[in-house]
Write a protein that binds this ligand. Structure first.
Ligand code: NAP
Length: 293
């Protein structure tokens, strides 16, 4: 990370698979980092590198010029922002609040309104690119909010991603992330079925990947998750339980729009069966287990 930026006091809440790598890039770029996570041990590495541990989301917010969150579910987002003693309550006027969790568009709008009432800016800025994209600072970042807040956040967001796009007002980042998840939902089903078919046809799946991975079927699901599927590596880059959360948000939004999305509904049904089998903490590539059972 060689990009020179004006050092800021940045708060980072949520240091899981994605957040830990993302926060690390900010630290590497010379920013002053204050961190909090539900389980403290996940902050150890960043604290050893110079980040300062805080005991609550509110404490993070109180000392930061910009607060970034990367927690799990909308309920977590609501708690850290709007809960008692949370970010919105404790942030000083002028603080910029950026939620990068995949969450609901309506919650993003509520947070933006609450932030504005306290003199703060707020952006919803969910990401795509997976654990690899987070580690390599190559995320796509989909932003909803005001142009001035976007301009202010861009130098910092650019330390974590290579493709940061403003899509309109509050909530539109989350709507765009839902478009992304709708595409992925049917794609991962296709990748899984392609590999199941390859095996049954007596082909070597790795050679099939080599053949089709550079053609029209190529993409993250095939080229990154395909080898994990073939190698039997089902460790989470992206938890099935988080994917189910996203598919639920997308289907709920579609329903409100009077939109029927049968591919999305099919994918959700398959992943629900995985969760019922206790596989919610596997990575999304574990879908092949359904076909092997
Ligand atoms: P993760 O590993 O579960 O990370 C979430 C972190 O947030 C966990 O460390 C969790 O603490 C912490 N957290 C949750 N609620 C909290 C709260 N109320 N206060 C403080 N910390 C809290 O999940 P992830 O894979 O990094 O994903 C994070 C978000 O990004 C999710 O919304 C996911 O859908 C989205 N996303 C993930 C990917 C991916 O490929 N992984 C890609 C794009 C978007 P604990 O350590 O105690 O659990």
């Amino acid at each position: 990370m060689n990009t020179k930026v004006q050092p800021l006091r940045i708060g980072f809440i949520g240091l899981g698979i994605m957040g830990r790598s993302m926060a690390g890039h900010l630290l590497a770029a010379g920013h002053e980092l204050r961190v909090y996570n539900r389980s403290r041990d996940k902050a150890d590495e960043l604290v050893a590198r110079g980040a300062r541990w805080c005991d609550s989301p509110g404490e993070v917010a109180a000392g930061s010029e910009m607060v970034i969150t990367m927690v799990g579910y909308p309920a977590d987002v609501e708690q850290v922002y709007l809960g008692q003693g949370g970010i919105v309550e404790r942030a000083a006027a002028g603080t910029l609040l950026v939620d990068m969790t995949t969450s609901s568009p309506s919650l993003a709008r509520r947070i933006a309104m609450a932030a504005r009432a306290r003199g703060c800016g707020a952006l919803d800025a969910p990401v795509s690119g997976g654990d690899v994209g987070a580690r390599e600072a190559r995320l796509s970042i989909m932003v909803g909010g005001e142009q001035a807040d976007f301009d202010r956040a861009l130098p910092v967001l650019s330390l974590m991603g290579t493709n940061t796009v403003l899509l309109g007002g509050p909530g539109n980042g989350q709507h765009t992330k839902m478009c992304n998840q709708i595409v992925i939902a049917s794609t991962i089903v296709g990748v899984t079925e392609g590999l199941v078919y390859a095996r049954r046809a007596g082909l070597d799946p790795a050679t099939v990947l080599q053949a089709i991975g550079g053609g029209a079927a190529s993409g993250f699901q095939l080229n990154v998750l395909g080898p994990r599927i073939i190698g039997g590596d089902f460790a989470p880059g992206f938890f099935i339980e988080h994917f189910l959360k996203d598919l639920g948000i997308a289907l709920g939004e579609a329903e409100q729009m009077g939109l029927e999305l049968p591919g999305l509904a099919l994918a959700r049904g398959l992943y629900e069966r995985m969760a019922e089998r206790g596989l919610g903490r596997d990575g999304t590539q574990a879908l092949i287990k359904l076909y092997q059972a």
